[in-house]
Design a protein around this ligand. Structure first.
Ligand code: NAD
Ligand code: MN
Length: 476
């Protein structure tokens, strides 16, 4: 497989102005397998300007029918390359190949959904009191900067790019430095499928080197960011200068709440993957478990048994459920959390160590007796670590759930309908699931409350976020 290793600007491959590159390391083997050009500020300027030209000179005013056709062609092209996209994702971040293939499919599905959305996203007519005729228009913004993380590189790139393009914008996509390959492939395939040059630019490079230039570029009208709360805060600050639109999908510390009246055995068997999938590097990871006291002990026993059955290892094997962590430094961060838990006297029921000598592996780790003021309870760990705690009283449990500054996702397990509805209203979170662990549906809005973010990805809500609303009044 030949790697795309340059910047994708104006429909062609370009070397970076600085000549700097980023080495790519396979997290499963610790071996360098490639090198990709790293954009600098002059590349950002070129990409944004060319995206702006592409917007003004055609994409903005293209008929909805034609734009739909192109986006469906992009989706078809992506579907033809699912295996290649999956392999690239696996190589660069160590994602188990079965998950990587599924996520490549999810990216293609995004383009299908938003190809269809082009002609179904409408304004309104408004009966204004003075008579006449009043209507709203949803108009594209211009250049959108999409900045994405390394944990779900391809699907998140797709779920920002597809609605932004469908709404008539041009996109400058910046992947994380650890995961440029599937973003570059998206640019290449979209272009091959008929997306005009300049409509989608892909700029690999480090956030600290080009982030500010991209966010503050006067022609960038909206920044759509997914990543840490820390960087999200910085982007919002920079965007405030020009009152740029921002959407931010940030960190999480999501609860998994199990009541004694639930099918708690099913909850116990399925819950390990709600936190350990993607080796815990998941913004929606259910990293705080609240289990009603009367079932606490048998629940933990079943949860741990299910955890021990998880297949941790070589991401190239289809049966693998958990691969390595993305990098040595990400694992070191998680190991610091574990050291803190040890110092604080938390109980390690399983895990805590490195299961393989080579690769950035870390065992799925189950902690009990984690104090409400401990780092492992309060902070996003972003690794395969869960803290399980018993609760007696629903109201107190909800206060503990909502004490977090985050509010992204969560699960509620109960067979009592009124409790399910009551608790789902009370939990301060943008996304919840009842008797399930799913968080992401292409068709439904996704995003956070509180410090988990601002704005929504996916569904028709994303189309709103990539347009300006204009009101037009026509006198009689
Ligand atoms: P990160 O914030 O370190 O990086 C995200 C992106 O921002 C990368 O492309 C990075 O290069 C770029 N960046 C870094 N500094 C920048 C700057 N100064 N200006 C502009 N861009 C800059 O996040 P990460 O480590 O890649 O991902 C992990 C984080 O992402 C976790 O906190 C996780 O919860 C969050 N996340 C959230 C969601 C969600 O939808 N809410 C989804 C996935 C990941
Ligand atoms: Mn980071």
């Amino acid at each position: 497989m030949t790697l795309s290793d340059k910047l994708f600007i104006d429909g062609t491959w370009r070397k970076s102005a600085s000549g700097r590159t980023t080495k790519l390391v396979n997290p499963a083997t610790e071996e360098v397998f490639g090198e990709v050009e790293a954009a600098d500020v002059s590349d950002v300027n070129m990409a944004v300007e060319s995206a702006h030209r592409a917007w003004e000179s055609g994409w903005r005013d293209m008929t909805p029918g034609k734009r739909t056709e192109i986006l469906f062609n992009v989706a078809r092209k992506l579907r033809e390359h699912i295996e290649e996209l999956g392999q690239l994702e696996m190589l660069q971040i160590g994602k188990p190949v079965s998950d990587a293939r599924d996520e490549a499919g999810l990216g293609a599905r995004c383009f299908e959904y938003y190809a269809g959305a082009v002609t179904k996203f409408c304004g309104q007519t408004v009966p204004v009191s003075r008579g006449g005729f009043d209507f709203t228009l949803r108009q594209s913004m211009g250049v959108v900067a999409a900045i994405v993380p390394w944990n779900f590189p391809f699907p998140i790139a797709a779920w920002k790019t597809a609605p932004a393009l469908a709404a008539g914008n041009c996109v400058v996509l910046k992947p994380a430095s650890l995961s440029p390959l599937t973003a570059l492939k998206l640019g290449e395939l979209a272009h091959a499928a008929g997306l005009p040059s300049g409509v989608l630019q892909v700029l690999p490079g480090s956030g600290s080197a080009i982030g500010d230039a991209l966010v503050t570029h006067p022609l960038v009208r909206k920044v759509s960011f997914t990543g840490s709360t820390e960087i999200g805060r910085r982007i919002m600050e920079l965007a405030s200068r020009d009152i740029k639109r921002v959407s931010l999908e940030l960190g999480g510390k999501s609860p998994n709440i199990v009541f004694a009246d639930a099918d708690w055995e099913r909850a116990a068997e399925s819950s390990p993957m709600s936190v350990f999938a993607n080796t815990g590097q998941d913004c929606c990871a259910r990293s705080r478990m609240f289990v009603e006291r009367s079932i606490f002990e048998p629940f933990v026993e079943k949860f741990v048994a299910a955890t021990k059955k998880l297949v941790v290892g070589d991401p190239t094997k289809t049966e693998t459920q958990l691969g390595p962590m993305v990098s040595a430094s990400q694992r070191a961060i998680v190991e610091e959390f574990l050291a803190d838990a040890r110092r604080r006297g938390s109980k390690f029921v399983c895990g805590g160590g490195r299961p393989h000598p080579k690769g950035y592996y870390l065992e799925p780790t189950v902690l009990l007796d984690v104090g409400k003021e401990d780092r492992c309870w309060k902070e996003e760990i972003f690794g395969p670590v869960v803290a399980i705690t018993p609760f007696d009283d629903e109201a107190q449990m909800l206060r503990d759930v909502n004490a977090s500054p985050y509010g992204l996702s969560g699960s509620i397990w109960t067979n009592n309908l009124s409790r399910a509805l009551r608790v789902s209203r009370a939990v301060q979170s943008g996304v919840l699931s009842i008797n399930s662990h799913s968080s992401v549906h292409v068709e439904a809005p996704f995003g956070g409350f509180k410090q988990s973010g601002l704005g929504r990805d996916l569904g028709m809500a994303a189309m709103e976020g990539y347009t300006e609303m204009k009101n037009v009044y026509v006198g009689e």
